[in-house]
Write a protein that binds this ligand. Structure first.
Ligand SMILES: [Zn+2]
Length: 430
């Protein structure tokens, strides 16, 4: 029986592989007027990227390129080429709906929302995302559908339901007791959090997301309060790391940031009230900060449109200015930064607006671009595979007009997107 299964599986895989090669040309070469080397920050003229079976096999000056006879040639003489961008904090299956509006959205409906947003995110130049929180396992379904070629979208690493204490930021605190409404990721105590980490992995999570403090867009909690205890977070990180999964911690309050970093999480998300003690622990452990800044501008500008419940708007108005001040200080202190947006709090596809805010708060344009390429790739555990134009990486490329080192907002207008050697957008060809 097992042998029969193996034969059937081998046949299916073989057919799938044949289908994939029929859709995507084996050899592709992309020549661009300029190419940004995101490691050195150098803008190199007239480079050619050679691609074979969806992966980069060489990058060279136009004269030195070895171009196979069957190669499909793409010429972008007036464009600047970069690696596809990485957003380390998305919620593709969610849209900007807040408070009680969320209760009307079913799990199947949320998954379909994810298919819409995956395409928008890819077209905006984000060829990889780390999705840190979805209802149940809608993100696992979306990731698998993208990988199977059923729907267009970025490469995804997904967390499944975020772990939360009872009544915490990632629980459902909107209904009275008699409804017994509890989110899928709720777990209290060492044994329960260990079980939850293992359960999430069982159902397809690539990483673990934990809500270490209260949040802004939730009822009945305070972003400054730490939620999980240090011992619970240590148990979460120990199990996740032992099972080969990284941990992302939602953390606004200073104590929660310190505890999460001390417990050994791989990234602090938001980091609004980060203080010098937290910065010191993060630097010691090599923890990444994933600030999510542009959402502040969008939420305040669109508060009328989003029907944000008054207690949530009040929290946003208090947290956003404090976060900007503290994040600017963290940037100046040299903490490691990876790019993340929290897209879902605002419409998907606007992700690149984050760059300008990062620069406004003290990063250079190159540092902001590195946060969305080599740094985010390191945080995801995908160094050398994404966020870089070098041999062995997936052929995920974007192109823009002008020089993003001089004007980082040019990344808000991505004109060419390739994922795995396949062109998904080319406004230059029109
Ligand atoms: Zn988030």
């Amino acid at each position: 029986m097992k042998r029969l299964f193996a034969v059937v599986l081998a046949t299916v895989l073989c057919c799938l592989a044949r289908q994939a090669t029929a859709q995507t040309p084996r050899h592709v070469v992309v020549h661009a007027g300029h190419t940004l080397d995101v490691k050195s920050g150098k803008l190199l003229p007239d480079q050619t990227v050679e691609i074979e079976d969806g992966k980069i096999v060489g990058v060279s000056g136009a004269a030195g390129a070895k171009i196979p006879a069957d190669a499909v040639r793409i010429d972008l003489p007036n464009a600047t080429l970069l690696p596809g961008l990485i957003d380390a904090h998305t919620h593709l299956t969610m849209d900007p709906r807040f408070g009680y509006e969320i209760l009307a959205i079913s799990i199947p409906r949320e998954t379909l929302t994810g298919a819409k947003n995956a395409r928008l995110t890819l077209l905006a130049g984000f060829t990889t995302v780390r999705n840190v929180g979805a209802s149940n396992f809608t993100d696992v379904a979306l990731r698998d559908a993208i990988n199977a070629g059923d729907v267009p979208g970025p490469r995804m690493l997904v967390s499944g339901p975020p772990l939360s204490i009872t009544g915490g930021h990632c629980d459902n605190n909107m209904l009275p007791f008699e409804y017994h409404a509890t989110e899928a990721g709720v777990a209290d105590g060492i044994a329960a959090v260990q079980h939850k980490v293992r359960e999430n992995i069982k159902y397809g999570s690539d990483l673990i997301k934990v809500c270490a403090t209260g949040g802004v867009l939730s009822l009945g909690d305070n972003p400054q309060h730490s939620q999980y205890s240090l011992e619970e977070m240590k148990a979460i990180v120990a199990d996740a790391h032992r099972l080969g999964r990284k941990v992302a911690a939602h953390a606004h309050g200073a104590e929660g940031i310190r505890w999460a970093a001390e417990a050994g999480v791989d990234s602090i998300e938001h980091g609004s009230y980060i203080d010098d003690a937290g910065i010191a622990i993060m630097k010691e452990h090599g923890t990444y900060l994933v600030p999510t800044l542009y959402l502040g501008d969008w939420m305040i500008e669109n508060a009328g449109l989003t029907h944000l419940p008054p207690p949530l708007l009040a929290k946003a108005q208090e947290v956003i200015p404090a976060a900007r001040k503290n994040i600017a200080h963290a940037f100046a202190s040299g903490v490691k930064v990876a790019f993340g947006t929290d897209a879902a709090v605002y419409p998907h596809g606007l992700n690149a607006h984050e760059f300008a805010v990062m620069v406004k708060l003290g990063l250079t344009p190159l540092q902001a671009i590195q946060a969305a390429t080599i740094n985010a790739a390191d945080l995801l555990g995908w160094s050398g595979k994404v966020g870089t134009l070098e041999s062995g990486a997936w052929a995920d490329l974007i192109a823009v007009d002008g020089d993003p080192l001089k004007d980082v907002t040019t990344l808000e207008r991505v004109k060419f997107v390739m994922k795995g050697g396949e062109v998904v957008k080319n406004d230059y060809g029109k």
